[in-house]
Structure formats: structure tokens, C-alpha cells
Design a protein around this ligand. Sequence first.
Ligand code: NAD
Length: 273
Amino acid sequence: MVPVVELNNGVSMPRLGLGVYKIPDEEVTEAVLTAFEAGYRGVDTATLYGNERGVGTAVAKSGLPRRDVFVATKLWNTDHGRDAALRAFDRSLTELGLDYVDLYLIHWPVPRQDRYVETWRALTELVSDGRVRAVGVSNFQIEHLRRLIDETGVIPAVNQIELHPWLQQPQLRAFHDEHGIVTQAWRPLGNGGERLRRSEVIRTVAHKHGKTPAQVVLRWHLEMGHTAIPKSANPQRIAENIDIFDIEFDEQDIAGFATLESGERLGPHPDDS
Ligand code: NAD
């Protein structure tokens, strides 16, 4: 079983879940069912991904009790503001075909619109209604988090951010730790492929533990206290990415990963969202 982390309102969330960005709706059901068979219980989707329907179909088809599955989705940038946010949530719930969502996130702060505080208040209403178990944000910088906390008094359960060995975000993670916000890594593999293969440090750690580069990177996230949502639609990789709980790092391994930080962002900067 995948270990869980307790969120700031007592809800348990799997520390590793399946990310489904860019998996087409018609393929996502199969990918999520494969992940459930491999032992995953968490799925991360978003309105933007256009595959909430397929994710919901997988939950329904899986035969798993609803309470054993953790479904997260996100509110898109064009849906900021109280009324738009509540309508967007209704649409997501309908697409997913669920009675409730486990985690609902504001996808980006979109500071140009300056409506994220109002949007955040709407999300907290959804928790009171019992239609969402926990609410959080994504791509929020320290100043955005501070405003939410100062103006509403409600601390996000999760901040899902771009995080991988090449972008380790130490200040933001320290802020999360100080406030009991769970750090969730998006693009946890740095997009996989070449970047993983060409790192000497990662290859060395992988070889030492008899694991693949992807596996040791995902283990590194857990060691650092992050949760992660690697994406794959490939059954072999889906299974590979969850087979990481027997790895035990030593200080040398952790020190090796620390040298990889380069401040390189692979996605957009939150201030430009
Ligand atoms: P990722 O780091 O998970 O990389 C995914 C790619 O890595 C795959 O397409 C595949 O090519 C490769 N890969 C997967 N498993 C591998 C393995 N075992 N060995 C080698 N290569 C492997 O990147 P991502 O998909 O961008 O991020 C993961 C998830 O994070 C997304 O699916 C989505 O759910 C979420 N996300 C959120 C945001 C946000 O703004 N909140 C942005 C991007 C992604």
C-alpha cells in the first residue's frame, strides 16, 4: 500500500498518485485502472486536462470502495471569482460522475486577475457543504499563500508546485513546513526521458540501489517529505513508479541530489499565469 500523509484537516492523502496531464480522455480510464491494479489509490486530474470523465469512469469501473480512492481536480484560470468557481466545481463533479472530490485545487494564482482570494473563499464553502474533503492550491508563491492566510484565515492543505531535482524550491518548501501545508510535486520526474538518463548523479544512485533513474527520483521526493504525482500511461512504467518503497537512501545519496539544483523551470512561472 502507498503510505499516506495527513492533511491539515485530518484527511489522509496518498503520498504517491498518478498524474494524468496529456492523457486523452479515451485512454485515461485504462491508465487509471492499470494504476489501481498496481496499488495506486490517488489520481490527479484538472479541468484543463479534459479527461475528468475518463477518470471518473475508472473510479466507477474499478470496484474499489469510493472512500479508498483519492481524486484530485483543479479549477482553471478562466473560472476565478466566487460564482464562476462554484459553477466550475459543479461541472467537474458532473464530468467525474462523483458525489464529492477528495481534493480541489486552484490551478494557478493568475495574479493579473487578482481574484484568487475570492476564489479561495468559494472553495472553502465547498468543504463546508461536504462536496470536497480538502482544498488547496497549485503554483502559489509565498506572497500568494500569505495573502490567502492573512485575508481568510484558512490555510491550504496542499500546494502543488513544479518540483524536481533541478528545481528544489527550498524557500517555498520551508514556508509550507512552517504552516503545515503539504508540498506536492508536479513534473516530479522533470518530464522523464533524456533529463533522467543523462544525469550521472541519478544514474549512480540508481545503480547502487538496483533501481531505475525514475524510481530513485521518486524516492528522493518522498525522502524530502514531498508527495508526488508522476504521469505515465504505460503499464510497465506505472508499475515501476510505485515500486519505490524498499529503497533506503544514505546521506551520500541525498547529498548527490542536492548538487542537481539549477533553478531550471520546465513550466511557466506562476507570476505569468
Ligand atoms: P512527469 O515529471 O511526471 O513526467 C512525465 C513523463 O515522464 C511521461 O510523459 C513519460 O514520458 C516519462 N516517464 C514516466 N515514467 C517514467 C519512467 N518510469 N521512466 C522514464 N520516463 C518516465 O511530468 P508531468 O506529466 O508534467 O507531471 C506529472 C503530473 O503533474 C501531471 O500528469 C499532472 O497531473 C501534474 N501537473 C500539474 C501541473 C500544475 O500546474 N499543477 C503542471 C504540470 C503537471
